[in-house]
Write a protein that binds this ligand. Structure first.
Ligand SMILES: [Zn+2]
Ligand SMILES: [Zn+2]
Length: 347
């Protein structure tokens, strides 16, 4: 079988011919139908410092976002049969640590991360433990099913830890990555009265509009004045910080209304200053860090949105390529200004 493998501690990856793996007792063997390239994969591919901490074993198969079909099950597998359409939660939780025992499996500290700390899904066949499998509706197109994992990030970000009702609320999204663009559709589908997104790239602005944003803003000297006009100076009920720069975090915090919530999803690796910190404390603004997806509450919400609620995330998918053309896919993801949304690989 063919697989996209990180073969060296250097930028790039190779298409390698490998034996089809055999599933362990608690694993299934999956035939890939569609795999989606994540920003994390791009960091690993480019071999930048942030990515190196994850990769413990080289050679390693890349990829963690997928839709596939089960072709073999291990002897202890109980809930899944051959032929089932599946995707999976990336966090292969341990099930026994303090977080796992407290319904916080998404922040399990001792588990593995599929495609990051162990082999992933950019291969014609791959194995994965039963406990992280999610059963897909076979009617869901594989490209769409393959982006449920990042869509789950968008859902968790938008709704927070307690599935906050967005009905009638105003939502401001800072950042224009694929998950931010999906969050536009999620906020609208969840009933937000006003969904505004701040974008940097023209291509991403187009996608945000197609996702139904009420207003797409670009950065500029008038930004604060515009936000002030829109909100009457009060700020937004919910702000999703999905860019990760110090400026974006400070902008997001500034424009959460008193008592509102900022979901912190963007990651910044260096220390930075939070302006007017005392004011945030006094005003009761809530900061909610978002890591992964709630298992399985977020996945259930994703399935509901893609099913009966009819959320259309197809505008975010801009390219579908054969697995063998993965290099072109990674190039599309790294071009500046941005030319793509989600890039999907199919066998
Ligand atoms: Zn991902
Ligand atoms: Zn655990």
């Amino acid at each position: 079988m063919k697989a996209v493998v990180k073969t060296r501690e250097a930028p790039g990856a190779e298409l390698v011919e490998l034996d089809v793996p055999r599933p362990g007792a608690d694993e299934v063997l999956v035939e890939l139908m569609a795999g989606s390239i994540c920003g994390t994969d791009v960091h690993i591919y480019a071999w930048d410092p942030g990515a190196r901490v994850y990769i413990k074993h080289i050679p390693q198969i890349l990829g963690h976002e997928f839709a596939g079909r089960i072709v073999e099950v291990g002897k202890d597998v109980e809930r899944f049969r051959v032929g089932a359409h599946v995707s999976a939660e990336t966090h292969i939780y341990c099930g026994t640590c303090i977080q796992c025992l407290n319904d916080q499996r998404h922040i399990c500290e001792t588990g593995r991360i599929f495609g990051l700390t162990c082999n992933g899904c950019f291969a014609e066949y791959f194995t994965i433990p039963e406990r992280v499998l999610w059963k897909n509706d076979p009617r869901l197109p594989p490209e769409i099913a393959s982006i449920q994992e990042p869509l789950g990030n968008a859902v968790y970000c938008a709704l927070g830890d307690y599935d906050e009702d967005l009905d009638g609320k105003s939502v401001f999204i800072v950042g224009d990555g694929p998950i931010a663009l999906m969050a536009v559709g999620v906020a609208k589908a969840e009933g937000a009265r006003l969904t505004i997104i701040l974008c940097r790239h023209e291509k991403r602005m187009e996608i945000a509009e197609a996702m139904g944003a009420d207003l797409v803003l670009g950065d500029g000297p008038d930004l604060d004045e515009t936000l002030c006009d829109i909100t009457g100076g009060k700020g937004f009920d919910v702000v999703l910080e999905m860019a990760g720069s110090p400026q974006a975090v400070n902008l997001a915090l500034k424009w959460v209304r008193i008592g509102g919530r900022m979901s912190a999803f963007g990651i910044h690796g260096e220390p930075f200053v939070i302006e007017n910190y005392g004011e945030y404390v006094r005003s009761g603004k809530k900061i909610l860090p978002i890591s992964g997806r709630r298992i399985w509450q977020t996945w259930q919400e994703v399935a509901k949105l893609l099913g009966p609620e009819g959320l259309d995330v197809s505008p975010v998918i801009t390219h579908t390529l054969p697995l063998a053309e993965f290099e072109k896919g990674f190039d599309l993801m790294t071009q500046r200004p941005k030319v793509s949304g989600k890039v999907i690989l199919v066998p």
